[in-house]
Design a protein around this ligand. Structure first.
Ligand code: FAD
Ligand code: SF4
Ligand code: SF4
Length: 478
């Protein structure tokens, strides 16, 4: 091992610079700067090259993290890029938006006595540099295959599968109801976490590699699922989960109470230069408003931080558990607090006040009781401890469920779990329909980009095996 590794005893963790809160509150640009070559090499050299790298064990893609850290420390960046892209279709995206504190970095062994290696920032640096230097090339299959694959959904799961299958020479068509590629990476996750150009350049690259996109095409509406199956030798469903969990109670139907995805999609579309009537009319614009966001996950964090940037008069986040028990990344909570968001912990809305528009939220105080069967502390309402917060815009960010796909696709034989997610064979990724596979959130429930990529890659491998088998069967014997 070269001397230049194991530097954690000498060198402190130095993540890339974060823009000051006052500066970043007014735009949608990413908040973290890029490493320069010296900083990336120095930070990578802190890695102790563990024999059993727990960072890798806890990365959903089993990335060869110690290898590409060492190559970066040695300045061998093109090789670092080869190693990093061998296991991850979108390393620059994961480097930006994975909750590293819960995955690779949270399990870095030097995290115990020293601060962890800044794995995500180095991963991002490697691939951003590779793009700058022209090392990232479109897929070029060694030979073309006649069989075709239809993929429903251009989110990270569908795109990772598309790239893997195209690499193997299949004719790949991706269908999406949206007008742009990227799924939640384009219309859900805001630019201050993931700038849109980063997603759009992947779209271009996939097209250059021969993946065909059929946009503005909702399967089950513009094209039937049966027709889609008839067009292709195998199909992958990667449609994500979008049905918002709702809040009931008095006044829940008042104007000014909106679902998180409507709000975030409008903000993202506006940022991309689209004409968004609900944004222009003010219905989905937080400017000048007292905003209350209900929820404690990543979506809620993205809503509060978007509202700050739109110039809201105030932004409060109501969450029924406490800080230690919120599902969102603590890094994002900290960022939100720095930007001026007020968190109201242990608070759950009970009623919405106002005549025709919401003017306030009546909330109950909660406390955490004994752990339930899952080990999570139950949330209990404290009697007579209600309070009211004024609000002109309430954003509901309580999570998502899958829509009824068998109904939407007119295919009752498509089996779903009791949560409505698609049931797949855990080894083959095949659904209850022969030749139809599924990956990403529609199988797992709302999850992470890195897991969708993993599933997309695994499903592609299984689809390849299936297609090779089908191709091997002589037509007469079918
Ligand atoms: P999606 O990304 O949801 O893509 C599904 C695609 O299918 C969409 O483009 C949709 O238009 C299309 N589609 C659906 N139905 C049809 C149909 N009938 N016909 C045609 N097309 C259809 N994860 C992280 O790792 N880090 C984060 O910071 C993070 N932040 C998030 C913030 C928000 C606001 C949200 C909502 C999620 C966030 N996530 C984050 C989660 C992450 O975005 C998802 O887990 C991931 O995008 C799932 O990928 P997917 O490919 O399964 O589905
Ligand atoms: Fe860490 Fe995510 Fe990169 Fe894996 S993909 S190394 S979990 S940032
Ligand atoms: Fe390096 Fe940390 Fe991974 Fe060990 S756990 S190989 S120190 S990044």
């Amino acid at each position: 091992m070269p001397d230049r590794m194991l530097q954690f005893v000498r060198l402190e963790q130095q993540p890339p610079a974060k823009r000051a809160a006052g500066e970043r509150r007014v735009d949608f640009d990413e908040i973290y700067a890029e490493f320069d070559a010296t900083a990336a090499a120095a930070q990578a050299s802190r890695c102790s090259q563990c024999g059993v790298p727990f960072c890798q064990v806890h990365c959903p893609l089993s990335n060869n993290i110690p290898d590409w850290l060492k190559l970066t420390a040695e300045g061998r960046l093109e090789e670092a890029y080869e190693a990093s892209s061998a296991t991850n279709n979108f390393p620059e995206i994961c480097g930006r938006i994975c909750p590293q504190d819960r995955l690779c970095e949270g399990n870095c062994v030097i995290e115990k006595g020293f601060e962890s290696v800044t794995i995500g920032a180095v991963e991002r640096y490697i691939t951003d540099t590779a793009f700058e230097r022209g090392w990232v090339k479109p897929v070029r299959p060694r030979h073309e295959r006649g069989q075709s694959v239809g993929i429903i959904g251009a989110g990270p799961g569908g795109l990772a599968a598309a790239e893997q299958l195209r690499r193997r020479g299949y004719q790949v068509a991706v269908y999406d109801r949206y007008d742009r590629v990227g799924g939640l990476m384009i219309y859900g996750i805001p630019g201050f976490k993931l700038e849109k150009d980063i997603v759009l350049r992947r779209w271009k690259l996939l097209e250059e590699g021969g993946v065909r996109f059929h946009l503005n095409t909702a399967i089950g509406v513009d094209l039937s699922f049966a027709d889609l199956r008839a067009r292709h030798d195998a199909v992958l469903i990667a449609t994500g989960v979008y049905k918002p969990r709702d809040i009931g109670g008095p006044g829940a139907g008042l104007a000014g109470i909106v679902p998180a995805m409507d709000y975030l999609t409008a903000a993202n579309r506006h940022g991309l230069g689209d004409d968004v009537p609900d944004f222009t009319s003010g219905a989905l614009d937080a400017r000048g408003k007292r905003v209350v966001v209900v929820g404690g996950g990543d979506t809620a964090m993205d809503c509060v931080r978007t509202a700050v940037r739109q110039g809201a008069a105030s932004v409060q986040c109501l969450y029924r558990r406490d800080r230690a028990n919120m599902p969102g990344s603590l890094r994002e909570v900290k960022n939100a607090e720095e930007e001026g968001v007020e968190f109201v912990w242990l608070a759950a809305p009970e009623a919405f006040l106002g005549d025709d528009r919401v003017t306030a939220v009546r909330a109950a105080r909660m406390h955490l009781g004994l752990p339930d069967a899952s080990g999570r502390q139950a949330v209990e309402r404290l009697e007579d401890k209600g309070f009211t917060v004024p609000a002109d815009l309430v954003i509901k960010a309580l999570g998502f469920d899958p829509e009824d796909l068998p109904e939407a696709f007119g295919e009752n034989a498509l089996k779903v779990s009791r949560w409505g997610t698609l049931s797949v064979d855990r080894t083959s990724f095949m659904t209850s329909l022969p030749g139809v596979f599924a990956a990403g959130d529609i199988v797992r429930g709302a999850s992470l980009v890195v897991w969708a990529i993993r599933d997309g890659r695994d499903a592609a491998q299984q689809m390849d095996a299936f297609l090779q088998q089908t191709a091997a069967v002589p037509a007469a014997a079918e």
